[in-house]
Design a protein around this ligand. Structure first.
Ligand SMILES: [Ca+2]
Ligand SMILES: [Ca+2]
Length: 223
């Protein structure tokens, strides 16, 4: 019984800790369109293959190519080109963490296809247009490509999972995705925004089981 309980607790803790990592549909995602997030604009890189840019915020519209949004593949687009999107939440949110999930055609350095040179995230409390000056990004990445072995369901993935030291209160957001190739556009699978980290369910479970153990031990002592 004790062993079973320990196993059960360990599995619960593992599940609680691992759930947000690759869950593309997540009710705690404050940027999900199911939470009322509205995509306000995007730039000329557009969206390819009849897809819909809302698909990167939990949507399922148009042609869904491996469940994702894809920006243009075009010879007129060059490495360093910015594919951008802006969006707004119904009210200001406290952004504590974001996860960007991107698919690629192969494994770096074998394939540079769909690698991105960078990802810039902007936030504001003013209703800015896409082409407004958003000031300095709240996050800026370097070159991104799938790490070796990061291969799930037949797709190579890479991602950014970033937690801010201090949460950022904002209602308007914009992201720049910097092209890494002149022939293949970035495949953005999902962009999730979360509130400030709260005590993990795993920690609560551990605390609860610890207390239960103490009570049981006391009862045993009394008996
Ligand atoms: Ca998606
Ligand atoms: Ca999402």
């Amino acid at each position: 019984m004790k062993r079973f309980l320990t196993m059960f607790l360990a599995v619960t803790v593992l599940l609680a800790l691992s759930a947000p990592a690759w869950a593309f549909t997540d009710t705690s995602d404050l940027w999900d369109i199911k939470q009322g997030n509205v995509v306000t604009d995007w730039n000329t890189a557009g969206v390819y293959y009849g897809s819909d840019i809302r698909n990167m915020f939990g949507g399922e519209f148009g042609t869904i190519e491996i469940g994702n949004t894809i920006f243009w593949d075009s010879a007129t687009i060059y490495p360093g080109y910015l594919a951008g999107v802006s969006w707004k939440t119904p009210t200001a949110i406290d952004l504590g963490r974001f996860i960007l999930s991107v698919a690629a055609d192969g494994n770096y350095p074998t394939s540079y296809n769909r690698a991105i040179q960078g990802f810039n995230l902007y936030a504001s409390n003013t209703d800015l247009t896409f082409y407004s000056d958003w000031g300095a990004p709240i996050y800026s990445s370097g070159y991104l490509a799938p790490p070796l072995g990061h291969y799930i369901n037949g797709i190579y993935y890479y991602k950014i999972d970033h937690t801010f030291t201090d949460s950022i209160s904002a209602q308007y957001f914009k992201a720049d995705i910097v092209y890494g190739s002149n022939t293949t556009g970035p495949r953005i699978i999902e962009l999730d925004g979360y509130g400030s980290p709260v005590p993990l369910p795993g920690a609560v479970w551990l605390l609860g089981s610890g207390l239960a153990g103490l009570i049981a031990a006391r009862r045993k002592k009394k008996a």
